[in-house]
Design a protein around this ligand. Structure first.
Ligand SMILES: *Cc1c(COP(=O)(O)O)cnc(C)c1O
Length: 390
């Protein structure tokens, strides 16, 4: 099929929920991918923070294909090796006690919401079930996680939404305290609001929120679906904010390109979800977990330090572009506000010039492979800066 034929078939047969760019990807290796016409691109998107090791990392491919050829799936009514190994690695490296695996960020957040509500129900009885989330947050596309998302544009069409979410302005402890009445059981935050425009929370605010939650037995839930798994230069972004949330959710980068979501809970929550209280047919799939085990094995202190160094390098280069208004984010999760160009235009021109970038609200957003080489990083930055400043 030609590109035009594929595009026509997509428009005819796939629900038109995405504003797709005119590119049909056919293969990738490391930080580069190739389209159907043979054109190469440097990738600063990783499929929105998913391909943490870039395209088709050889060790990841080997683990995933060997697992697919050995045992691709069996119901969660039986034991398997890859998921227990993944849970053990995640818990021992983060200080959490137990993990639950699902298939996406939204599903992980749904799991966290269920844990928080059940913890409160078991301890305080019915009615203490509300969850405070932040204005400008993003927590997913299911009916419940849309309700959790603190942006009015997402609260449309699909009524009735799940009840029990209250929104507080970010970085205001006073606003949070006001929102937390006796019906609230948990507070959910992103350390860096990703879809909201790569906006980090103030460290002092985060600390104060954690203290306030501890004082009132409110569970602190960190949605690290985008910030987790090394993206910000530490395994979890929470490490850089000096807090340890009661629950952390992960997804995007964890599987290295295959669908997975994880809910990590502290020791005191480990028994909240008993038999039959939660489940997921595909959750903890052996092939996906085999891939995730490779991602975590590569994400050692050396690579994490390299993520911080490369993030700083991108920021330093961008600060020299005259048309850049500001650069936000942490590690290799970067938002760029522009002075007199739109992010959508820059993304389009970059693509023509052989570089893939993302947008978030009015900003350019960069989520390059954590393993990108300095040479590819420099080549991509060169294209980006010339497009921004031309
Ligand atoms: C992407 C994202 C989600 C939703 O993840 P899905 O896998 O698309 O369900 C939730 N929270 C945050 C912070 C995200 O960035």
């Amino acid at each position: 099929m030609t590109f035009e034929e594929i595009k026509a078939l997509d428009q005819a047969r796939i629900m038109n929920t995405y504003g797709r760019s005119n590119l049909c990807a056919v293969k990738g290796s490391g930080s580069r991918c190739t389209d159907i016409n043979g054109k190469e691109y440097i990738d600063f998107t990783t499929g929105i923070g998913v391909n943490a090791l870039g395209f088709c990392d050889p060790d990841w491919v080997k683990a995933v294909s060997e697992q697919a050829a050995t045992l691709q799936h069996i119901s969660n009514l039986y034991y398997t090796t890859p998921d227990v190994q993944l849970a053990d690695t995640l818990c021992s490296r983060t200080g959490y006690a137990k993990a639950f695996f699902g298939n996406s960020g939204a599903e992980a957040n749904e799991g966290a919401i269920k844990v928080a509500r059940k913890y409160s129900f078991d301890k305080y009885g019915a009615g203490r079930d509300r969850i405070v989330t932040l204005v400008n947050s993003f927590h997913g596309r299911t009916v419940t996680t849309l309700a959790a998302t603190g942006q009015d544009v997402f609260h449309n069409f699909f009524f009735p939404f799940t009840e029990g979410f209250v929104y507080a302005e970010a970085n205001s402890l006073e606003a949070l305290q006001k929102a937390c009445d006796e019906k609230v059981c948990a507070v959910m935050i992103e350390f860096v609001q990703g879809e909201g425009g790569v906006v980090p929370l103030d460290a002092a605010y985060v600390k104060a929120v954690a203290d306030f939650c501890a004082e009132h037995d409110l569970l602190l839930i960190a949605d690290e679906v985008q910030t987790g798994v090394g993206r910000t230069g530490t395994l979890l972004a929470s490490e850089q904010f000096g807090v340890h949330p009661d629950i952390t959710t992960l997804a995007k980068g964890l599987g290295g390109g295959l669908p997975i979501g994880a809910v990590l809970v502290d020791k005191r929550l480990e028994k909240v979800m008993g038999a039959s209280s939660h489940g997921s047919t595909f959750g903890g799939n052996p092939v996906v977990c085999a891939g995730a085990n490779v991602v975590l094995s590569k994400l050692d202190e050396t690579l994490l330090a390299d993520v911080r160094r490369k993030g700083d390098k991108i920021r330093a280069a961008l600060s020299k572009c005259s048309n850049v208004e500001s650069v936000t984010g942490l590690g290799m999760m970067i938002g760029i506000a522009l002075k007199d160009k739109t992010a959508a235009d820059v993304r389009e021109v970059c693509m023509q010039a052989g570089l893939l970038v993302l947008t978030a609200k009015t900003k350019i957003r960069l989520l390059p492979p954590l393993t990108i080489s300095d040479e590819e990083l420099e080549a991509g930055i060169k294209i980006l800066c010339s497009v921004i400043d031309q």
